[in-house]
Design a binder for this molecule. Sequence first.
Ligand code: PBG
Length: 324
Amino acid sequence: MVFPDYRPRRLRRNEAFRTLIRETHLVPGQLILPLFVLPGKNIREEVPSMPGVFRISVDQLAKEAKECLSLGINSVLLFGLPEKKDGMGSGAHAKNGIIQQAIKELKNRAPQLMVVTDVCLCEYTDHGHCGCIINNEVDNDATLEILAKTALSHAQAGADMVAPSDMMDGRVAEIRGVLDENNFDTVPIMSYAVKYASSFYGPFRDAADCSPQFGDRRSYQMDPANSREALREATLDVDEGADILMVKPALAYLDIIAKLKEEFDLPIAAYHVSGEYAMIKAAAQKGWLDEERVMQETLLSLRRGGADIIITYFAKDMARLLNK
Ligand code: PBG
């Protein structure tokens, strides 16, 4: 059937028709809000390059958690800023480290909220790399043990799910093994399976104070030019025991999200990262874009592209809009 017999506009005539045939939806329960936690009391400081995003102290978490739950957001992703850093990132698995405190506080005060933790060393190392340095290189195998220890300490503190973001080879298997040995076989791994060496992480590195002090992350994070390599990375993580596969960043990598969705039957998460958030905020502040609509269109495109789960700093704003 072709024009004039067929007229696609018939089904776009009003909002009722449009709603009727809408293929993709955003749901607050599939959004994850990242939170930055720092030592101290009564702290709530805005990240300059991420308007509307705050670094908060542990005592502020309960309030944040209740707000999320009331909006239908069931999950948060925790990032920590430790009191002090060292060469091995030992603050990442300290028994009473910042994340361990944050997990306990959240599980005490808002047990229904799902606490996901970022497992990485870059916020905890004085050199800012995601692993420990041996002979001037980020040493893969020596880092694995520290990452597994970190994931275990999160599980022991009560984390519901761990999310390794370091991009070391073999870390999913190592973490799965250590969790299982310690009776945490019910704790899933959401693996940053396909994480690119991206400049879109700029604002995050301000927020989490984790810029590498020398070099960059290109010896472990993926080259933005590569797509087939994404399939290899994801296959490895599936074989090593990942429960959810993440692609990061999101918007510039929609093709990768779509590819993973097609090739794998695990849930796919997309991380709409700090730089993607900051671009929308900045343009909106200048009056160049309608923030609300661009936010919605962007996040919807991630779902359309294949993401089941979206990690975004817009989670609360988006949920508010959806709840209207
Ligand atoms: C590091 C980590 C990064 C992000 C999440 N985990 C930064 C990096 O790899 O440099 C970026 C998130 C964002 O930009 O919002 N472990």
